[in-house]
Design a protein around this ligand. Structure first.
Ligand SMILES: Nc1ncnc2c1ncn2[C@@H]1O[C@H](COP(=O)(O)OP(=O)(O)OP(=O)(O)O)[C@@H](O)[C@H]1O
Ligand SMILES: [Mg+2]
Length: 163
């Protein structure tokens, strides 16, 4: 298992994390992003997309649940925000998410807890953001059981953030 904790007290730190993730992204990768409203999940996704070379502005897909950014010269980005699936019965949830998640691009999923049944947390990079409301400092916990696919990323993260 690979794990790192990173304290983010500014957008710069969050963007650096996003940049490293974007640089090391691979076909079929899945990233889950957990954390409160306003924690920084979409903010991180924006920087990942930018690093992939996606020119469109990536915004919160809350009202769409899924947004695909197709990309000729790089990985496609599938941005899922499952927040609005909270109260949706299981049999109505399969709106093609599974096919997208298993696609060849990079799937980034906010509020994965609401689509647990479509996810394999053993394979994905799982990120949890906790925010200290008094200090506005965010703690990013990145973890994965998929050591093989994420070794390079974690090496880079440790080099950058373990001081
Ligand atoms: N260190 C930081 N890292 C990330 N975001 C930060 C940081 N400091 C301030 N912010 C601000 O916090 C807000 C995070 O909002 P964002 O939309 O990314 O949250 P979210 O986790 O996607 O929320 P939601 O669950 O509603 O989708 C942004 O306005 C961002 O500018
Ligand atoms: Mg969001």
């Amino acid at each position: 298992m690979l794990e790192i904790l990173i304290k983010s007290d500014s957008l710069d730190v969050t963007n650096k994390i996003g940049k490293l993730i974007g640089e090391e992204a691979f076909e079929g990768e899945v990233i889950t992003l957990s954390g409160d409203l306003g924690a920084g999940k979409t903010t991180l996704t924006k920087e990942i997309g930018k690093t992939l070379g996606i020119k469109e502005d990536i915004n919160s897909p809350t009202f769409n649940i899924l947004k695909c950014y197709f990309h000729k010269n790089g990985l496609d980005l599938y941005h899922i925000d499952a927040y609005r699936l909270e109260d949706v019965p299981r049999e109505n949830k399969n709106i093609g998410l599974e096919e997208v998640i298993e696609g060849e691009g990079l799937a980034v999923i906010e509020w994965p807890v609401y689509i647990n049944e479509f996810l394999n947390f053993e394979e994905s990079l799982n990120i949890t953001i906790t925010i200290n409301k008094d200090t506005n400092v965010r703690l990013f916990k990145l973890e994965t059981y998929n050591d093989k696919k994420f070794t390079n990323l974690f090496n880079k993260l440790h080099n950058e953030f373990d001081k």
